[in-house]
Design a protein around this ligand. Structure first.
Ligand code: FES
Ligand SMILES: [Fe+2]
Length: 418
């Protein structure tokens, strides 16, 4: 009978060639998938959702990442907390619904009952010596940054989340996302490893050939396209775009909207990048006609022409914040070859569907783009299954962020494997 030798993961990590995609086992092997859950998703800050989906005390959501499960809940005091979704009696899964609203958290097995703060307040038949105060739910680190919820399941969470907060809070403040509502959430399962989902997100090399809807608002020069030296018309176009960006960014900055790029994508535990990007056409929104999809703007904004504030975080999210709406994307590994991409569209909490916005118009560009991306990720996964696959070179012009993602990933594995 054929038997397979265990993977030499430290050797695969050591052999990763900078500027090249990863070796096939990183996209396929169960051993590496399990390591990803333990090291990457178990010990780093993960984008988990938005406060706007928990508007009322008792509102909760459950997030499963492989065998890890957490519950995120808003308490009676208004604070949002996260707990391991594991009862302190005999360990049953506490919350079974994906989302809901409760007064207390009650285990379905023997009805141990927890406050929304995690405190155990009821456990029958446990005898006189039982101390409920030693059996509260185990907390998970949670940071809400401008209404975006990040969680970390490690005992000690990376402290450099403070840098993300310092950069992001002032950028997100004008959007007042805590007072937004989720107009729509769509879950899409991509047939690919989570790292192929992320790599695909980190470049727009593929945009011109695959994303006609997104291309209405995305300028190719904003996403790494460089005209050939003898393409004089292209050179002039690129120069005109650059001049427009310089003037627009200076104007935004002067009006109190931080816009210049801040990039800390590797060399640290909490990697991120943010930049406000000029949108084409009317410059207002990622819609087919590039105009706002929601009449009521986010926060107290009065000007829709704020381009798109982009945010990329390692390991699992990307976001676009515009004057009229925001779109957040969360990638969750399901198994070595499947990844959940959860997309949420946020609008002002008082915006009324059918009056201030049309849901189809709000969501059509990213619904189309997500479907196109899912097809591309599936193609990539099919390719890495072949013995003919070998790591290929990233474009130095348009795939720098992909290389940063892969670099961050191997750095983090190396840091934890020693
Ligand atoms: S396992 Fe939860 S109450 Fe028994
Ligand atoms: Fe794409």
């Amino acid at each position: 009978m054929l038997s397979r030798a265990p993977l030499d993961i430290p050797r695969l990590i050591a052999e990763r060639r900078p500027g090249y995609s990863l070796a096939a086992p990183f996209y396929r092997a169960r051993e590496i998938f399990d390591l990803d859950l333990e090291v990457i998703f178990g010990r780093h800050w993960i984008f988990a959702g938005v406060e706007a989906e928990l508007p009322e005390p008792g509102d909760y959501t459950r997030l499963d990442i492989g065998h890890l499960s957490i519950v995120i809940v808003r308490g009676d005091d208004g604070a949002v907390r996260a707990f391991h979704n594991v009862c302190r009696h005999r360990g049953a899964r506490l919350v079974t619904q994906e989302a809901g609203c409760v007064g207390k958290l009650v285990c379905p097995y023997h009805q141990w009952t927890y406050e929304l703060t995690g405190e155990l307040i009821h456990a029958s038949h446990m005898g006189e010596d039982f101390d409920p105060s030693c059996h509260g739910l185990k907390p998970v680190h949670l940071r809400s940054i401008g209404g975006l919820i990040f969680v970390c399941m490690a005992a000690e969470a990376p402290a450099d989340i403070d840098d993300l907060a310092a950069v992001l809070e002032p950028r997100l403040a004008p959007f007042d996302l805590r007072n937004a509502k989720v107009a729509k959430q769509v879950d899409l399962v991509e047939e690919g490893n989570w790292k192929l989902t992320m790599e695909n997100n980190r470049e727009c090399y593929h945009c011109a050939g695959n994303h006609p809807e997104l291309g209405q608002s995305f300028n190719k020069y904003a996403v790494g396209f460089v005209p050939d030296a003898d393409d004089h018309a292209g050179q002039a176009e690129a120069a005109a775009y650059e001049a427009q960006v310089t003037a627009q960014v200076a104007d935004w900055e002067a009006r109190g909207f931080p816009s210049v790029a801040v990039e800390h994508l590797s060399g640290r535990a909490t990697g991120f990048r943010t930049e406000r990007i000029v949108l084409d056409g009317a410059g207002e929104s990622q819609t087919l006609d590039t105009k706002a999809a929601c009449r009521k703007l986010l926060g107290g904004l009065t000007d829709a022409k704020l381009g798109g504030l982009h945010l990329w975080t390692q390991p699992n999210s990307w976001h676009h914040f515009m004057g009229d709406h925001a779109v957040t994307f969360c990638a969750i590994p399901l198994d070595p070859e499947h990844t959940l991409v959860r997309t949420r569209w946020l609008v002002h909490k008082d915006a009324v569907e059918g009056v201030d916005y049309d849901l189809d118009r709000l969501t059509e560009v990213w619904n189309a783009t997500n479907a196109q991306d899912a097809a591309l990720v599936e193609l990539a996964q099919q390719g890495v299954r072949s013995p003919a696959y070998e790591p290929g070179p990233y474009s130095p012009l348009t795939e720098g962020l992909v290389d940063q993602f892969a670099t961050w990933y191997v750095e983090r594995l190396r840091a934890h494997l020693g």
